[in-house]
Ligand binder design. Structure first.
Ligand SMILES: C[S@@+](CC[C@H](N)C(=O)[O-])C[C@H]1O[C@@H](n2cnc3c(N)ncnc32)[C@H](O)[C@@H]1O
Length: 247
């Protein structure tokens, strides 16, 4: 609340706003070089109040139907995990569409999890459960526990210090496929392994470069999200579904 009021005031003076904006991102970039994934973990884990309330307004964003349709292509399945599920909007749609399957979500923010579980209970979705946990805590799941493991705008907050370990574990605990809805920045000669470069609050990378170190190239498929799914928004330009299948 205070932050948005401050930004609103600053925007009245364009020069000052641009100066502070640029300084803020430079500082965050420098901090990210030292603390890496931790900087985004702290930021997401501590979102409270308005931020949690506002998250519930994105339930019907068109990209969710697109993502659910892509995941549905792997039907039949029994168990599905979403990493960084927020309050569980994707799992809500999946849970309704596939009442006989079980859906689990994990998220670093305890309030998203608590409020999400309350909402899902109210909606009588008994096949969806959210848990408070971190993306790098997947070692607690046995091999091939889930048919599908997916993310929606989450790997972009995982730095080069943790991304390899997280992908390795996602591959280990999944049976059929991994599905990522993430921003893809294309091949970058400065980052040939796709580990990521931190800019403007998230890690930019080429997922094909990252994944090809773990699996055969033929198992990786990238689908561009059509512009009508993110009409008029900058996000729509770089948003892809990246699918990794076991065969
Ligand atoms: C942009 S939101 C997307 C939420 C949800 N996937 C959706 O589609 O609405 C990113 C989510 O990832 C979670 N997150 C960020 N870093 C995480 C981490 N290291 N482990 C688990 N969750 C994380 C945040 O708390 C947040 O809920």
């Amino acid at each position: 609340m205070l932050k948005s009021k401050l930004i609103h005031c600053l925007k009245r003076n364009k020069f000052l706003y641009n100066l502070i904006h640029s300084f803020y991102w430079q500082l965050k970039h420098l901090i990210s070089l030292m603390v890496r994934t931790r900087i985004e973990e702290i930021s997401w884990a501590n979102k409270k109040g308005e931020a949690v309330k506002n998250a519930f307004t994105n339930l019907n964003h068109p990209h969710r139907k697109f993502l659910v349709d892509e995941i549905s292509k792997f039907c039949p399945f029994d168990n599905v995990l979403e990493i960084g599920c927020g309050y569980g909007p994707n799992l809500y749609f999946l849970g309704k569409k596939f009442p006989d399957a079980n859906f689990v979500g994990i998220d670093i923010n305890p309030l998203f999890v608590r409020e999400g579980n309350k909402w899902l209970k109210k909606e009588r979705l008994v096949n969806v459960r959210l848990c408070h946990s971190k993306a790098d805590n997947l070692t607690k799941f046995k091999d091939r526990t889930f048919d599908i493991v997916f993310t929606d705008a989450v790997l972009m907050y995982i730095g080069k210090d943790k991304i390899k370990q997280i992908i390795e574990n996602m591959l280990r605990i999944s049976k059929k496929a991994l599905v990522f809805l993430e921003q893809d920045y294309g091949h970058n000669p400065g980052d040939p392994q796709g580990l990521g470069i931190y800019r403007f609050g998230h890690w930019q990378r080429h997922y094909f470069d990252l994944l090809k170190t773990f699996i055969k190239k033929e198992c990786i498929c990238t689908v561009k999200i059509p512009p009508e799914v993110w009409p008029g928004e900058d996000w729509g330009r770089r948003e892809y579904i990246i699918k990794v299948t076991s065969e």
